[in-house]
Write a protein that binds this ligand. Structure first.
Ligand code: AOS
Ligand code: ZN
Ligand code: ZN
Length: 431
């Protein structure tokens, strides 16, 4: 397999840490065994856990005020793929990439697929972009795309989504994620019902173009770029649209797209119950959207979400298989470092949720023993499962300490020489 990080360096670094890891792993194994938990099963599960990297996350994000790109950041999808390969080589849990069109459009998709195959990377959910106008576009998205009052804009947005499906098929993806910036900025600007009807009619056209083995995932977001109302404002509008469109359409939960204090784990439970949970965009937030890295502020919330997911797995819930992906804006960190760390933080929540004794928890719930029920969760959350995650990485040939190896490899410094920055690429927003 094609590699970006020197194998000798990786092995040297792992050898330095291996004895300590073995000792920590053995100690944790003993502790877990006292509660009848087999550490080996947890390590195997951690090894199987994978989360996709968003192609656009490999570059520095930004706000509407400014963007401060770092040296050596990728300038196109080929270079984004290189960074994704690095992230996977070190973390061992990000073997897929989600592309965004038209940003990641290439003339030869088979070449792009071959390159990804060589790195052992798969392409997953394709994302359409109808939230900005492209140069020379025949109709504008200024007043919306799929819900625009103007037929020409709606038709353009539908055609673009159908193109995305075609590109995705060439890459081997199996789903389309639709997030639109449609909405309004003034009370009265938009007729809520008519706008939603137009959105649904457009989405029906896209749904018709879905291959049999594909799904379509709708992302809700309460604000931005529209600040008074958005067309898919919340999970309610989301599931209504998904139910209206059909079984191949499901809801996607982006953690940052909710009002502060929203009980996201309960939303996840509802979507699971009605077979409408399509997937996730993981991130964290204090105020809004995908401002912060996954698990950096609300690790317990992330754990509680995984508690619902693992519960569904445990109950063998029908039609359950959400797609996991990161979606965060890295403003002040090296995006590759943030993505490595965040992927591991999500994996950490998953492994901790596996430690919960489900039968015990159901018992406490049935007996209305609120405190013991909550402690069953809290005790699992409080355990440090780092040795399990590190062992899973080591066994897969990834790094015990991914960030240390990344920094020692001088990857970004080397890329700064190979990828001179475009002097115009200093604008605001995500690119
Ligand atoms: C936008 O806020 C959504 O989170 C999208 O999923 C994604 O971040 C966007 O499509 C990338 O620009
Ligand atoms: Zn998102
Ligand atoms: Zn977002």
């Amino acid at each position: 397999m094609l590699r970006r990080i020197d194998k000798v360096l990786l092995e040297q670094e792992n050898n330095l840490l291996k004895n300590d890891l073995d000792a920590d792993y053995a100690a944790l194994g003993e502790k877990l065994a006292r509660s009848d938990v087999d550490i080996e099963l947890l390590t195997q599960a951690a090894g199987k856990f994978q989360i996709a990297v968003p192609s656009w996350g490999t570059g520095t994000g930004g706000t509407r005020f400014a963007r401060f790109p770092g040296e050596g950041e990728p300038r196109n999808i080929w270079e984004k793929l290189e960074d994704c390969a690095v992230i996977n080589e070190l973390s061992g849990c990000t073997d897929s990439v989600s592309p965004h069109f038209p940003w990641d459009k290439v003339s030869d998709f088979s070449e792009l697929k071959e390159k990804a195959d060589a790195y052992g990377i798969k392409w997953v959910s394709v994302n359409s972009n109808t939230f900005q106008d492209q140069t020379g576009q025949t109709a504008s998205y200024k007043y919306g795309s799929l819900s625009n009052t103007q037929k020409a804009s709606r038709e353009l947005a539908i055609a673009h989504n159908l193109d995305c499906i075609e590109y995705g098929q060439k890459l081997g993806a199996k789903s389309l994620t639709v997030w639109v910036g449609d909405g309004s900025n003034h009370p009265g600007q938009q007729h809520f019902q008519r706008a939603f009807e137009r959105y649904l009619a457009s989405m029906e056209e896209i749904y018709k173009g879905l291959p049999d083995d594909w799904e379509m995932h709708i992302e809700h977001k309460m604000f931005e770029p529209a600040f008074y109302s958005t067309i898919i404002q919340d999970w309610g509008s989301n599931i209504l649209a998904a139910m209206q469109l059909g079984p191949k359409c499901k809801s996607l939960v982006d953690l940052g797209h909710h009002a502060p204090n929203t009980n996201i784990e309960m939303i996840v439970s509802r979507l699971i119950q009605f077979k409408k949970l399509g997937g996730f965009h993981f991130n964290d937030s204090k105020y809004g959207d995908d401002d912060l890295d996954s698990g950096s502020l609300h690790p317990y919330q992330q754990f509680l979400i995984f508690n619902e997911l693992v519960d569904a797995e445990y109950r063998q819930q029908e039609a359950f298989g959400p797609a996991y992906m990161l979606d965060q804006s890295h403003n002040v960190t090296d995006p590759a470092e943030s993505l490595i760390n965040s992927a591991i933080e999500v994996q950490r929540s998953y492994v901790k949720a596996l430690i919960v004794d489900r039968e015990k928890l159901y018992g406490y719930q049935d007996e209305n023993d609120a405190l013991m029920a909550s402690l069953e969760l809290k005790n699992a959350f409080n355990l440090d499962v780092s040795p399990i995650l590190a062992m899973a990485r080591l066994r897969k040939g990834a790094a015990i300490d991914p960030l240390a190896v990344y920094r020692k490899s001088n990857y970004r410094e080397n890329m700064a020489k190979e990828r001179p920055r475009d002097p115009n690429a200093t604008g605001s927003g995500i690119v």
